[in-house]
Design a protein around this ligand. Structure first.
Ligand code: GLN
Length: 451
């Protein structure tokens, strides 16, 4: 049924970079055989899934939407893909993204943009826009994404689905092509909170292959998603994320969602987190700094694209030609920003300062969680914007992540759950629910109450 649906809508939505019906059917048959043999596979056995093309898959290409990895087939699976295969999920294909997950619209893909199923002239968010569009367009019931600065929550919000960034270290980065290693967090997309919880639980948990993986029990998010009782819960409304620069229709739905939580018995208080407003500039120093280091591995020698290797050029010349041809403009911008921020003489002024801001933000979260169980805000300042509108204005593009970035800098759990359509354009609005590190279950409990 999903392959059929893809046949109908994929020419318009373009959520996928790679589909291979034969491999999908083969996987489905293999799951069927395992089930018939009496293997216990868990609640998602046989359910199809789409993976963001940043998760390594040994039987399908993995490109991170970059020309530099075009046609590359990893020799192994990411822990997330491996665990989901073991649980019997069937891979429909690999979804589009902004190159190396750098962007908020999926327009930075080296291959093609993805269209928002609600309005094909608009972006599906990013960087995991292929994964959000595939689920919103009913091409897949579930998908995976990665959230470094909002890349799960923002696309979920603007396509009207559920997206969850687990606690950093709660889901394994092993086999996920690195963008900013201290921030990258794999997580689930689904059309409802319980489905997201089932997927979250199926791939989470300690992984010795990831040095920052947390060796602690995974909070039972499925149980929380089934129990939407929030009476007595203390909910903090982030004061800084509701005024200027926010689309009126987004704010109306957001305030209604907060009222709904109150009517369900939660205690709502206003909380001030003044440093959240400087999270964005800190992020745009830290993330590019880490990216500039991570992307050094694409050197034309080990794997991926190689340009100009005709026997007359030095290794350095081949590297330079390959990187010039293989990386897109946004990736180059990040490498320049990152190498500049890390260079001697500027390190203390930029990277060092940004790290201090990061600490201050974590402390503000900690102080807030002394008073409340979760914090809420709109997920994004606006609904989905038109394709092309912000592509030549990086600052406008970066603002899409205003509300999502603080949770990446602190590593805490955060979810986006749909809370209605904006009056002015009829497009989906997302409510963001933030919870302390390893309290992912609270996001699911509140999310289930809202939905
Ligand atoms: N839009 C942000 C960026 O471009 C976040 C990306 C992400 O979370 N992967 O860096």
């Amino acid at each position: 049924a999903h392959l059929g649906r893809m046949g109908e809508v994929e020419p318009k939505v373009r959520a996928f970079l790679h589909v291979d019906h034969e491999t999908t059917i083969e996987q489905a048959r293999a799951v069927d055989t395992r089930l018939r043999a009496g293997e216990k596979l868990g609640p998602l056995a046989g359910v199809p899934i789409a993976h963001k093309d940043i998760f390594s898959t040994h039987d399908m290409p993995t490109t991170a939407a970059s020309k530099i990895l075009e046609g590359w087939r990893p020799p192994y699976d990411a822990t997330v893909t491996k665990r989901l295969r073991q649980a019997g999920l069937v891979i429909l294909g690999k979804t589009n993204l902004d190159e190396f997950a750098m962007g908020s619209s999926t327009e930075n893909s080296a291959f093609h943009p993805t269209h928002n199923p609600w309005d094909l002239s608009r972006v599906p968010g990013g960087s995991s826009g292929g994964s959000s569009a595939a689920v919103a367009a009913y091409e897949a019931p579930l998908s995976t994404g990665t959230d470094t600065g909002g890349s799960i929550r923002q696309p979920a919000a603007v396509t009207g689905i559920v997206g969850m960034k687990p606690t950093y270290g709660g889901s394994s980065r092993y086999g996920v092509i690195a963008f900013a290693s201290s921030l990258d967090t794999p997580g689930p997309f689904a059309r409802n909170v319980l489905d997201a919880a089932l997927l979250h639980e199926a791939f989470s948990g300690y992984d010795p292959m990831d040095s920052t993986s947390i060796d602690a029990p995974v909070p039972s998010v499925v149980e929380a998603a089934r129990n939407a009782d929030i009476s007595g819960m203390r909910i903090g409304v982030v004061k800084e994320f509701a005024g200027e620069g926010f689309q009126p229709g987004v704010l109306t739905r957001y305030h209604e969602a907060v009222q709904l939580l109150e009517s369900l018995g939660a205690k709502v208080v206003e909380v001030s987190c003044p440093s959240f407003t400087i999270a964005l500039p800190a992020y745009y120093l830290i993330a590019p700094s880490e990216a500039s280091s991570n992307l050094a591995r694409f050197d034309a020698m080990r794997y991926g694209l190689r340009v100009g290797d005709d026997g007359t050029r030095s290794a350095e010349e081949v590297m330079a030609l390959t990187r010039a041809a293989g990386f897109g403009p946004e990736v180059k911008r990040r490498i320049m920003l990152g190498t500049y921020a890390l260079s001697s003489g500027y390190y203390d002024a930029y990277y060092g300062q940004a790290q201090k801001v990061r600490t201050v933000i974590s402390r503000e979260f900690e102080a807030a969680y002394q008073q409340v169980d979760v914090l809420v805000s709109p997920t994004t300042p606006t609904t989905a914007f038109p394709i092309g509108e912000r592509i030549d204005d990086p600052m406008a593009m970066y603002l899409a992540d205003l509300c999502t970035i603080p949770s990446n800098l602190s590593g805490n759990a955060a979810m986006s759950v749909p809370c209605g359509l904006a009056d002015e354009d009829g497009l989906p609005v997302g409510l963001q629910i933030m919870a302390p590190v390893l309290a992912d279950d609270r996001c699911y409990r509140v999310g289930a109450a809202v939905e």
